[in-house]
Design a protein around this ligand. Structure first.
Ligand code: NAP
Length: 265
């Protein structure tokens, strides 16, 4: 029997087959969850629908998380289709290209607001909207990155947004703890996705990661999917307000040296 058998899981942020949300969707499917997928933009016919069909998902809804009415409507539709929800995955982020290539001090007011709205406030808004239909023992999770706690060049306002997202995770976990609803974040190592392509110097960072992480390996969407299964399942039932690093150990190292540099000592 799968770890998520009988659980209704909604996944926000599926753009294409490279999305972290797709790794999570596939892992949830394997573990027996009933799936619902939400996406933004106009990718439905071309990208999202074929993926939803692959996992036999009948509930596919567009939701731009900057729009309160769309969030409310999505929650209404979910209530009608599923009744109650057990797992809610927030795999959404956005910052403009300018914000991810220039120095951080050049961030525009509009760019700052936009990044915070889409990448942080959306978690709060989705939690609020879905709370009435969350089951006790429900699990909410979001995706974050190490640029929240240490400087990752060019990550800029997104690093600041991820810090706020991780903090929001803790505050939401505190609020919902008495209802036995858990809120956690997965901090994934760099993965080549659409969102990552917008970060200046991402290719180099990706390569550096494979050379420097203790496990000398990049992270895949399958790795993140499997960790998401753990957080979604009852195996993690006393874990809340946490940031779980899925990063080949990268965040644990203070002084980074490649295998080549170590050998030459
Ligand atoms: P992705 O496939 O591009 O996913 C980002 C998603 O955010 C897309 O589905 C995008 O939809 C959605 N989104 C943007 N604006 C939205 C809005 N207004 N309303 C609703 N959805 C919106 O890239 P990803 O890398 O899988 O990103 C998923 C999450 O993982 C993000 O939180 C990201 O910061 C995090 N993360 C990524 C990495 C990495 O290296 N890739 C590492 C750690 C954490 P559209 O494309 O249709 O706009």
């Amino acid at each position: 029997m799968g770890l998520l058998e009988g659980k209704n899981a909604l996944i926000f942020g599926l753009a294409n087959e490279r999305s972290i949300a797709w790794g999570i969707t596939q892992a949830f499917k394997r573990e027996g969850a009933n799936l619902g997928i939400s996406y933004a933009g106009e990718m439905l016919e071309r990208r999202v629908k074929p993926l939803a069909e692959q996992v036999d998902c009948k509930w596919v809804e567009e939701c731009d998380v900057t729009k309160d009415d769309q969030i409310a409507l999505t929650a209404e539709k979910a209530a009608k289709h599923f009744g109650k929800i057990d797992v809610l995955v927030h795999s959404i982020a956005f910052a403009g290209r300018d914000e991810l290539s220039r120095p951080y001090y050049e961030t525009s007011r509009e760019g700052f607001k936009n990044a915070m709205d889409i990448s942080v406030f959306s978690l709060v808004a989705l939690t609020n909207a879905f709370l009435p239909i969350l089951n006790p023992n429900a699990s909410i999770m979001c995706l974050t990155y190490y640029g929240s706690v240490k400087v990752a060049p060019h990550y800029n306002v997104m690093g600041v947004a991820k810090a706020a997202l991780e903090s929001s995770t803790r505050y939401l976990a505190y609020d919902l703890g008495p209802q036995k609803i858990r809120v956690n974040a997965i901090s994934a190592g760099p993965i080549r996705t659409l969102a990552a392509a917008g970060v200046g110097g991402f290719r180099d960072m990706y390569k550096h990661f494979a050379d420097m992480s203790p496990m000398r390996e990049n992270v895949t969407i399958e790795d993140v999917g499997n960790s998401a299964v753990f957080l979604a399942s009852d195996l993690s039932r006393r874990i809340t307000g946490e940031v779980l690093y899925v990063d080949s150990g990268f965040n644990t190292v203070g002084v980074q040296m490649s295998a080549k540099e170590e050998k030459s000592e």
